[in-house]
Design a protein around this ligand. Structure first.
Ligand code: ATP
Ligand code: MG
Length: 335
């Protein structure tokens, strides 16, 4: 399991070949990939500012929250001062501009739940999605990134969980399984409730960062460099935590009554949130509270069929971590 996480930082030529081999298997993106993302961002900013001088472009999602694996798509958010703009119009105009600048596979998806423009940059080979005024996503990306700076084990655990979810086909929200964002919140929650705790609850501490977005106050302690030793009393290794994570979701989580809440650093009850019954399409079969948009259950996409699939996958993974002598292969076997 640990071999998936080798970071390529050595300049030593003798080791270069060995490192290259490691890197091909490693999930952690290399520096040059980040430089390419930056290059694309600069190009897009230039094009956008020509048309909309006051607009700003923000990175969000996995290339900004430090949970991005090698070759992830880039998520960008275009923020326009005027919140009343017609998103579809802006997206179509944007698609035009991008197409004229030779970006490829440009597509405006104006009817999606989150409307976006998709594109591929032939110079860097990077694919990216651009949405509009989705500022909460930019802020929750920042929260996730700050949690990752407190203890290395979060990033490592989340890499493995995301890789497992993708390999096993349980990272598809349109099929009723969970988003990467939901899995990272599950990892943060797990490390918050570990004893001794590995992560603190940043929203439960004195706020040093605060913004109001869509009438929601997003506030938390963001001076995380002061928290670098927070988890040092807990000596668990990444492998032990992977075992613990799957064991928790397979056998210890109370699916009937519990909501996991990174905001409070604990479990709260479904009753308290009024998430006890199905309302419309929200079934609340596995409950993951969004840290800022607290009325939002990230588990709401899960239905009667997919909850079974998910729980069976958690159990399978827990069994493998318990008994398999070579979990690194079996855990990620394509489904
Ligand atoms: P991947 O590496 O799989 O692309 P990702 O970190 O980009 O992972 P996604 O699930 O694609 O994660 O989500 C991208 C970003 O969009 C998240 O970081 C989060 O800011 C936002 N986001 C995604 N789903 C939701 C949601 N249901 N509610 C609020 N924000 C969300
Ligand atoms: Mg993404």
């Amino acid at each position: 399991v640990d071999s998936l996480l080798v970071e390529d930082e050595s300049d030593d030529k003798n080791e270069a070949k060995q490192h290259k081999n490691h890197r091909e298997k490693s999930l952690i993106p290399a520096e040059e990939e980040k430089a390419k993302q930056q290059q694309l961002l600069t190009l897009l900013e230039k094009l956008i500012i020509k048309e909309w001088p006051t607009a700003r472009l923000y990175l969000y999602g996995s290339c900004a929250n430090s949970f991005g694996v090698s070759k992830s798509d880039v998520d960008l958010c275009l923020v326009m001062e005027d919140m009343d703009i017609n998103k579809a119009e802006v997206l179509l105009k944007l698609a035009d501009i991008l197409q004229s600048d030779n970006l490829q596979n440009v597509q405006a998806l104006t009817r999606a739940r989150v409307p976006i423009v998709k594109l591929m940059d032939p110079a860097t080979g990077i694919s990216c999605d651009i949405c509009i005024n989705n500022v909460l996503a930019v802020v929750n990306t920042r929260l996730l990134r700050d949690y990752a700076r407190i203890d290395m084990r979060l990033r490592h655990l989340a890499f493995i969980v995301k890789h497992w979810a993708k390999s096993r086909g349980v990272n598809e929200t349109y099929q009723g399984t969970l988003s990467s964002y939901a899995y990272v919140l599950m990892c943060i929650h797990f490390l918050q409730q570990r004893r001794p705790a590995i992560l603190p609850c940043l929203q439960g501490m004195e706020a040093t960062y605060s913004v109001t977005v869509d009438n929601i106050e997003c506030a938390y302690f963001d001076q995380v460099e002061k928290l670098r030793d927070f988890g040092s009393h807990n000596k668990e290794t990444v492998s032990q935590l992977v075992w613990g994570f799957f064991n928790y979701w397979a056998y210890r989580h109370d699916y009937t009554d519990s909501v996991i809440s990174v905001r409070t650093g604990s479990i709260i009850s479904k009753r308290e949130k009024d998430w006890t019954r199905r309302i419309g399409n929200d079934r609340h079969l596995i409950c993951i509270e969004d840290p800022f948009e607290t009325s939002h259950d990230l588990g709401r996409v899960v239905d009667k069929h997919s909850i079974r699939v998910l729980r069976e996958e958690f159990e399978r993974a827990a069994e493998i971590m318990q008994f398999d002598p070579n979990p690194c292969v079996t855990l990620f076997e394509p489904y």
